[in-house]
Design a protein around this ligand. Structure first.
Ligand code: SF4
Ligand code: FE
Length: 482
C-alpha cells in the first residue's frame, strides 16, 4: 500500500489536463483551491497506515491474498459491507469533507458482479479482464474515479435520440485493438485526485442505444481526457491566505465536468460494449452501493457539524438551555438514523453470482432517501444554534488589524473564558459545512449525489412489494373468508 505522501507524489507526476477560472493547471498537489481536496483523499492512505484503524481501513484481497486498502476491495461478506460504512464514517469525521475515493470502490464492486453475469449470458470475456484490472488497482493502491453521470441533455429522450449524439458518452469507432469513445461525464467527484477513471453507462438502455452501453477504464491523464473544475461557494477564500476564514482549511472535495474527446480504449480495458441488457443492472448496482455509502460518509461529516453546533453553544453560554440540548438530541437522532440505514442495508447484503457481496437494494435506497432530507434538517438546526454570526462575522484580516481587531475581540466574545478567535473558528466551520465549500458534499450532494430523490423512489416502489402487503392485510381483515 502507498503512504499518503507517496500518493501525493504519484498524483503530482501525472499529466492531468485541467482548467479552472479559464486557466490550465496540471496538478491539484500545488494548487491552493484544489489541494485541500487532495488532502481528503490522502487521508484514506494515512488512516490505512494507522495500526488502530487497520481493521476498518484495510482488507485481504480476494484476488491477490495480500493486504490492501479497503477502498480497493471487492466485498467478500456482509461484514465487509458493514466495515465499509464504518470506514466512511471515520473518514468523514477525519476530513469533514468528501474524501472522494468511494465512487471507485462502488464502481469496482458493481462492475465485478455485472461483468460476471454478462459473460454468462453473452459469452463475453469482460469479467476476466476486469479482475486483471483490479489486480493492478489493488497492487498499485490506485484512486479510481467511478464515472457514471452523463450530461443527459433532453431528459425526455433516450441516449440515441438526443439532438447532439455526444450528450451521452458513446463508442464512435471500433478498431481491432480497441474502441474510440466520445462524450462527457458531469459532477465527477475527485477526478483531479484520481489515477484512473472507470466509466459506466448512466441509465438502463434499449437495443437501439447499443453504442451507449459502454464501460471501460482509462488513466485520468489519457490522451483526449480533460476536466473543467466546478466552482464551489467561497472557493476563492482559499486564495486569500486566511485559514480562519476558510473554516476547514485542511480538507475539501472537488467535482468537475470531464470531457472524453475521442479517447482510445484498448480492448483489455473494455468491460462492456453494446450489451444494453446489462446497462440497467450496472447502474442499479453502482447506485445501490453509493446510496449505502452515504449512510457512512454523510454521518461522519454530520458528527463534525453536530460537534460544531455544540461548541457554538458552549462559546455563547447557551449550552445548558433545554432547547439547545433538545436540538442537539434531534440532530444526533437524525444522524444516527442515517447510520442505521447504512448498517442495515449492509447486514442484509447478499452474495452475487460472481461471489462478491451486494447491499440490500430496498434498504440502501431508503438510506439515500433519508439522506436527501436529514442533513438539511441537521443543517437547519446547526444554523439555529450557531446564530447569525456564522454569516456576519468580520474577516480574519479585520480581526488581526491593530486598531479594529481589539473591538472585534471585545464585542464578539461570548462567555469570558472562551477566546473570541475560537468562537470565530467555530462559526466559520459551521458556515463551511452548511454554505461554503464543504456544503457541496454535505448539502446539495445529499440531495443529488448517488441519484436524485425520485431515482430512489422508483427502486423503493419496485422493491417495496405492495402486493405482498395487500395480501397480509387481506388475511387479517378476513377478506374472501367467511
Ligand atoms: Fe465518498 Fe461520500 Fe464523497 Fe461519495 S460523497 S465519494 S460516498 S465521501
Ligand atoms: Fe457522491
Amino acid at each position: 500500500m502507498m503512504t499518503g505522501d507517496q500518493y501525493v507524489e504519484s498524483i503530482r507526476k501525472m499529466k492531468l489536463r485541467m482548467y479552472m477560472f479559464g486557466e490550465k493547471i496540471t496538478t491539484a498537489a500545488d494548487d491552493p483551491i484544489l489541494r485541500p481536496s487532495l488532502n481528503s483523499v490522502k487521508a484514506t492512505y494515512d488512516l490505512a497506515s494507522c495500526p488502530e484503524h487497520a481493521d476498518l481501513m484495510t482488507a485481504t484481497s480476494s484476488i491477490t491474498g495480500k493486504k490492501i486498502n479497503r477502498f480497493c476491495h471487492i466485498h467478500q461478506s456482509a461484514d465487509d459491507l458493514i466495515k465499509k460504512v464504518k470506514m466512511q464514517r471515520l473518514c468523514g469525521q477525519t476530513t469533514a469533507a468528501c474524501f472522494q475515493r468511494c465512487v471507485g470502490m462502488d464502481a469496482f464492486n458493481a462492475v465485478f458482479s455485472t461483468t460476471f453475469e454478462c459473460d454468462k449470458k453473452h459469452g463475453t470475456g469482460y469479467h476476466g479482464r476486469f479482475v486483471k484490472y483490479m489486480r493492478k488497482v489493488q497492487e498499485e493502491d490506485l484512486v479510481v474515479d467511478g464515472a457514471m453521470t452523463d450530461p443527459k441533455g433532453d431528459r425526455g429522450l433516450s441516449p440515441s435520440r438526443q439532438a447532439d449524439p455526444d450528450l451521452y458518452l458513446h463508442v464512435v469507432e471500433r478498431r481491432p485493438d480497441g474502441i474510440l469513445v466520445r462524450g462527457a461525464k458531469a459532477h465527477q467527484t475527485g477526478i483531479s485526485n484520481s489515477h484512473e477513471v472507470l466509466v459506466m453507462p448512466t441509465v438502463a438502455m434499449r437495443p437501439d442505444d447499443k453504442e451507449y452501453a459502454v464501460c471501460f477504464a482509462v488513466p485520468a491523464d489519457a490522451e483526449g481526457v480533460f476536466m473543467i473544475i466546478g466552482r464551489q461557494s467561497c472557493d476563492t477564500r482559499k486564495l486569500e491566505g486566511s485559514r480562519l476564514d476558510v473554516g476547514n482549511c485542511a480538507y475539501g472535495g472537488m467535482e468537475a465536468l470531464v470531457i472524453f474527446d475521442n479517447v482510445f480504449v484498448p480492448n483489455e480495458r473494455v468491460f462492456m460494449d453494446g450489451e444494453t441488457d446489462f446497462s440497467g443492472m450496472l447502474v442499479e448496482r453502482f447506485a445501490g452501493y453509493h446510496r449505502q455509502s452515504y449512510g457512512g460518509c454523510k454521518v461522519g461529516v454530520g458528527d463534525v457539524l453536530i460537534g460544531a453546533a455544540a461548541l457554538a453553544a458552549d462559546c455563547n453560554g447557551a449550552a445548558k438551555a433545554s432547547h439547545i440540548k433538545d436540538k442537539l438530541i434531534e440532530m444526533t437522532h437524525l444522524n444516527e438514523t442515517l447510520y442505521s440505514c447504512g448498517i442495515a442495508c449492509s447486514c442484509e447484503g447478499r452474495k452475487t453470482e460472481s461471489g462478491n457481496y451486494q447491499i440490500d437494494l430496498l434498504l440502501a435506497n431508503v438510506c439515500k432517501q433519508n439522506v436527501t432530507r436529514f442533513p438539511y434538517e441537521i443543517t437547519r438546526l446547526a444554523e439555529d444554534i450557531a446564530g447569525g454570526l456564522m454569516v456576519t462575522a468580520p474577516s480574519e484580516k479585520d480581526f488581526r488589524h491593530p486598531e479594529i481587531g481589539p473591538y472585534i475581540d471585545k464585542y464578539l466574545r461570548g462567555v469570558a473564558a472562551v477566546p473570541t478567535e475560537d468562537r470565530l473558528k467555530v462559526m466559520r466551520l459551521v458556515e463551511n459545512l452548511t454554505l461554503g465549500t464543504s456544503a457541496v458534499g454535505y448539502r446539495t450532494e445529499s440531495m443529488h449525489g448517488a441519484g436524485s430523490p425520485q431515482a430512489q423512489r422508483i427502486v423503493i416502489a419496485r422493491e417495496g412489494n405492495i402486493e405482498q402487503k395487500k395480501e397480509l392485510a387481506k388475511r387479517i381483515a378476513r377478506i374472501g373468508q367467511k
